[in-house]
Design a protein around this ligand. Structure first.
Ligand code: SF4
Ligand code: SF4
Length: 62
């Protein structure tokens, strides 16, 4: 199942990835982006492409 890998050291909690995700996978919680719904991730890469901080390094398949 794919899921976004979020580097919390680089995340500014801007919320752009959460807004960009068509599946509602990502939320901002405690000033950090968290994949709360990763069973819905389709590996579309929109979150990774839109993150201005480069904090989403990859979409991991496991
Ligand atoms: S890869 Fe696509 S579906 Fe998965 S979390 Fe990112 S924007 Fe959402
Ligand atoms: S777009 Fe990047 S910097 Fe902004 S909340 Fe998401 S992971 Fe963090």
């Amino acid at each position: 199942m794919p899921r976004p890998i979020i580097n919390t050291d680089d995340c500014s909690a801007c919320g752009i990835c959460a807004d960009a995700c068509p599946e509602g996978v990502i939320e901002i919680a405690d000033d950090i982006a968290v994949a709360i719904n990763d069973e819905s991730c389709t590996a579309c890469s929109a979150c990774m492409e839109e993150c201005p901080m480069g904090a989403i390094s990859q979409i991991e398949e496991d």
